[in-house]
Design a protein around this ligand. Structure first.
Ligand SMILES: C[S@@+](CC[C@H](N)C(=O)[O-])C[C@H]1O[C@@H](n2cnc3c(N)ncnc32)[C@H](O)[C@@H]1O
Length: 288
């Protein structure tokens, strides 16, 4: 194959060869679980162009060689920030939000009251730019109402992408995107600015803790088990073995009977027997 045929243009003097793409794909899979199919080569080339240039390399090849020799956390973070798909939006697959409100929380709150506990632990494990965890926090505030202040009911929101987390922490979104939410939420939980942006109110923002966390970490550092984990639309980027191992860690991170949510287009059947399907994309942990 000629060098022209085996490379994807980055810019006039920056190209990504098949071999360099394969090296990059291997590093990304090993460190972040994300499976880059050959069809993603042009996307990788165009998204990494800025990193290569900013780092002062004259070609993708020299950047890739340097990354292979010294795959630092910092460089890998830059790469995953460029290639991860952070696509999300308000009111995505909202049935799970209403399930949390109508089924998960009423049962959990009643059980906690019986045991004289006031602790609801929810983890949004691929929080991207924040639309999903803020919506979950709004459901929690609605469900607990005036009692909210007496409960430990914050939300943990994690993602691998630093750019997405930075954006999420601002809680600032185009007002048009917020309009897909119930009107009562638009009024109660947002400040709408004249410049066409809407900001999640501080009373909701302070209840969501954003942290960078790699789902590939083999041990999860959480002290107490979660009552519900939202892991939606992220395992689609992983291969079956990676999913299987992650599902095992997720089951271990859940309290008995805890809920596990994946995207509607995802299925975990055949990968684990730790969960029972309750509704589309909504599972409960079996046993202890
Ligand atoms: C398509 S978004 C899904 C966002 C949201 N959960 C939803 O359903 O709309 C996928 C997110 O998973 C994150 N992600 C990918 N690999 C990850 C990993 N190994 N650890 C943590 N987050 C990861 C990406 O950065 C991205 O923000």
């Amino acid at each position: 194959m000629s060098s022209q045929a085996s490379t994807t243009p980055l810019a006039p003097n920056l190209e990504i060869s098949e071999a360099d793409f394969q090296h990059t794909a291997r590093l990304v899979r090993e460190h972040f679980g994300i499976h880059l199919t050959p069809a993603k080569r042009a996307m990788v080339a165009s998204r990494l162009f800025r990193v290569v240039r900013e780092r002062g390399f004259d070609s993708y090849h020299t950047f890739c060689q340097s990354m292979l020799q010294n795959p630092t956390y910092e460089t890998l973070s830059l790469v995953v920030d460029c290639i991860s798909t952070n696509h999300t939006f308000f009111n995505r697959e909202p049935e799970h939000l209403w399930m949390l409100r109508d089924e998960v929380l009423p049962e959990l709150i009643a059980a906690q009251r019986r045991n004289r506990e006031q602790d609801v632990r929810v983890w949004c494990a691929a929080s991207s730019t924040g639309e999903e965890p803020y919506s979950l926090a709004m459901v929690l505030q609605d469900a607990l109402g005036a009692d909210y202040g007496g409960w430990k009911a914050g939300l943990l929101a994690t993602d691998i992408s630093q750019n997405a987390l930075k954006q999420a922490e601002t809680g600032t979104y185009p007002t048009d995107s917020v309009r897909t939410l119930p009107k009562a939420w638009q009024d109660r939980y947002f400040d709408h600015r004249p410049d066409g942006l809407s900001v999640v109110k501080a009373s909701v923002r302070r209840e969501v803790t954003f942290r960078r966390f790699n789902l590939m970490n083999t041990s999860f550092p959480f002290r107490s088990p979660f009552h519900a984990i939202f892991c939606r639309n992220v395992m689609i980027y992983f291969e079956d073995d990676t999913r299987r191992a992650l599902l095992e860690r997720m089951a271990n991170a859940l309290a008995p009977g805890g809920w596990f949510f994946v995207g509607h287009a995802e299925t975990i059947s055949g990968l684990t027997n730790r969960f029972r399907l309750v509704h589309p994309g909504a599972y409960r942990k079996e046993g202890r």
